[in-house]
Design a protein around this ligand. Structure first.
Ligand code: SAH
Length: 213
């Protein structure tokens, strides 16, 4: 596992690309600048690691597009020490971005193989989530609720109720909703019963599936 000045140079270019596409958050850009994304992918794909694209890696594994990771993370408005729930651990790249920004991260993955691999891999790089769960993200993670922020990294056919109820007042849920393509939504909890809802850009995610495997 190597990170070289060449990789760093490619990351600097990636940051410029993402910034040009409209990401303004310095904290998000800095996190992406620091994280060796190539190590989250198969070494055969290394030359693609700093292209602003999503990649299917093994079986069902996907590493989200850097711009999308940045966009969702910026919408979460992560403050240092914030308690964040991530649905869809996948490669762990998004998890690393959140940890790099100082968040305490709880993350759920439904695919056992991915869960197992990422649980070993992330700490090796020095990224330690507070808890990694093998479970169904539709249910959230009640044991550790409430959260300052919840981020869903797969396309949801609808907004799962448990995710809304596990938000702190003032907390934000960032979730892509839709079947073939998704609209990014932010739900901000204003009180026990009231949420402010915003619809943003269009994206394409792998689907949020039911039941763990
Ligand atoms: N955050 C990842 C992106 C992963 S793609 C990254 O940065 O690379 C979406 C992930 O969501 C996949 O790993 C998929 O297995 C997972 N997923 C799909 N449905 C889920 C569910 N109901 N609960 C938890 N994870 C789910």
């Amino acid at each position: 596992m190597k990170d070289t000045p060449k990789h760093q140079g490619l990351r600097n270019q990636l940051i410029n690309t993402i910034a040009k596409k409209g990401i303004q958050s310095k904290e998000v850009l800095e996190a992406i600048r620091k994280i060796p994304r190539h190590l989250f992918m198969d070494s055969a794909l290394e030359s693609h690691a700093y292209v602003d694209k999503a990649f299917r890696i093994a079986a069902d594994q996907t590493i989200s597009q850097p711009y999308t990771v940045a966009y969702q993370t910026a919408l979460l408005e992560v403050s240092p020490n914030a308690k964040i729930l991530e649905v869809g651990t996948g490669s762990g790249y998004q998890t690393a971005v959140l940890i790099e920004m100082g968040a305490r991260v709880y993350t759920i993955e439904r695919q056992h193989e991915l869960f197992k691999n990422t649980k070993v891999f992330l700490p090796k790089l020095g990224y330690k989530p507070k808890f990694m769960s093998f479970g169904d993200g539709y249910k959230g993670l009640e044991e550790y609720a409430p959260y300052d922020g919840i981020i869903v990294t797969a396309g949801a056919p609808y907004v799962p109720k448990p995710l809304l109820s596990q938000l702190k007042i003032g907390g934000r849920l960032v979730i892509p909703v839709g079947k073939k393509t998704q609209t990014m939504y932010v739900y901000e909890r204003e009180s026990t019963t009231a949420f402010k809802k915003q619809a943003l850009g269009t994206f394409r995610f792998v689907p949020l599936l039911k039941k763990r495997v």
